[in-house]
Write a protein that binds this ligand. Structure first.
Ligand code: NDP
Length: 270
């Protein structure tokens, strides 16, 4: 049986993915800070694990628990993340550091913690949740996109390094997915802009995000859970899975359109 650790399992994509993988018979540890929200997945067989990806000690404790209980770890799914939206001028450097800490350094902490075991086993798989936003940029998303672009490069470099040890790395690039993510990002945007020069534009964009994420235009997180399941179960996983509302057309348009035209489109779309 495959031993899997998935972060961000208390909500949205991670919650659905943990449930699906456990139903398939894998041994799944679902990790997050709000561990009580994962308890409901106990019926599906998911083992709740309290984890803050920004804490070295918390990461070490979580991985040690899995090793002491299972003696191995086969798959790490780095999925925890949030969108710290806001104008560059408005977002404090402290908040920017927090965004990097969760979305990028959190991935690095977990990767460093599991690699010694995966190397020893001479097998393992690391699946990182990036975003279509790792390949194109939306209005007021500077820090969020900076973390996801960085995660793309980090994952590609890591894949080369670990290939000689029987370890593979895949990147999941979701489009717009109906989870709490959009509301959290909209709250960050509105809050950061209060009383400042960008307030009017930010308010409008935040309202647009709330409307989009509250509608059924967005994809169901189960679509991403199905994709994660493919990346876990395939004998040779793909390096990238670009999937969900808008993902393929927007990345394509970002590649072919002149940059200023893409900027214009993104500002209008929000
Ligand atoms: P949710 O807000 O529903 O879930 C986010 C998860 O991340 C929660 O389980 C949360 O758990 C966890 N998390 C946040 N901060 C921390 C932390 N410091 N330590 C541990 N866990 C943390 O959003 P999604 O399911 O949509 O997001 C999952 C991933 O998908 C993210 O990386 C996101 O950037 C990415 N993504 C989402 C898209 C979308 O449209 N929804 C599009 C593209 C990518 P808790 O707060 O309990 O710790």
């Amino acid at each position: 049986m495959t031993v899997i650790l998935i972060t961000g399992a208390s909500s949205g994509i991670g919650y659905q993915t943990a449930a699906q993988l456990a139903k398939q018979g894998h041994i799944v540890y679902g990790a997050a800070r709000r561990v009580e929200k994962i308890a409901a997945l106990g019926n599906a067989g998911v083992k709740p694990l309290k984890l803050d990806v920004t804490s070295d000690a918390s990461v070490q404790t979580a991985v040690s628990q899995i090793i002491s209980e299972q003696g191995r770890i086969d798959v790490l799914i780095n999925n925890a993340g949030y969108g710290s939206y806001g104008a560059v001028e408005d977002v404090s450097i402290t908040e920017a550091q927090k965004q990097l800490d969760v979305n990028l350094l959190g991935v690095a902490r977990l990767t460093q913690a599991v690699l010694p075991y995966m190397r020893k086993q001479h097998s393992g798989r690391i699946i990182n949740t990036s975003s279509m936003g790792g390949r194109m940029t939306t209005y007021f998303g500077a820090w969020y996109h900076a973390t996801k672009y960085a995660l793309e490069a980090f994952s590609d470099a890591l894949r080369m390094e670990v290939s000689n040890f029987g370890i593979d790395v895949s990147i999941i690039e979701p489009g717009g997915i109906k989870t709490d993510w959009g509301f959290i990002a909209a709250d960050h945007l509105a809050e950061s802009a209060k009383g400042g020069a960008y307030e009017q534009y930010a308010e409008k964009t935040a309202a647009g995000m709330r409307k989009q994420y509250g509608s059924n235009l967005m994809s169901n997180p189960k679509i991403i859970a199905n994709t994660m399941s493919k990346a876990v179960n395939a004998s040779r996983p793909r390096t990238r899975y670009l999937i969900g509302m808008g993902a393929k057309p927007l990345v394509f348009l970002h590649t072919v359109l002149p940059t200023r035209m893409f900027d214009w489109m993104m500002m209008r779309a929000s």
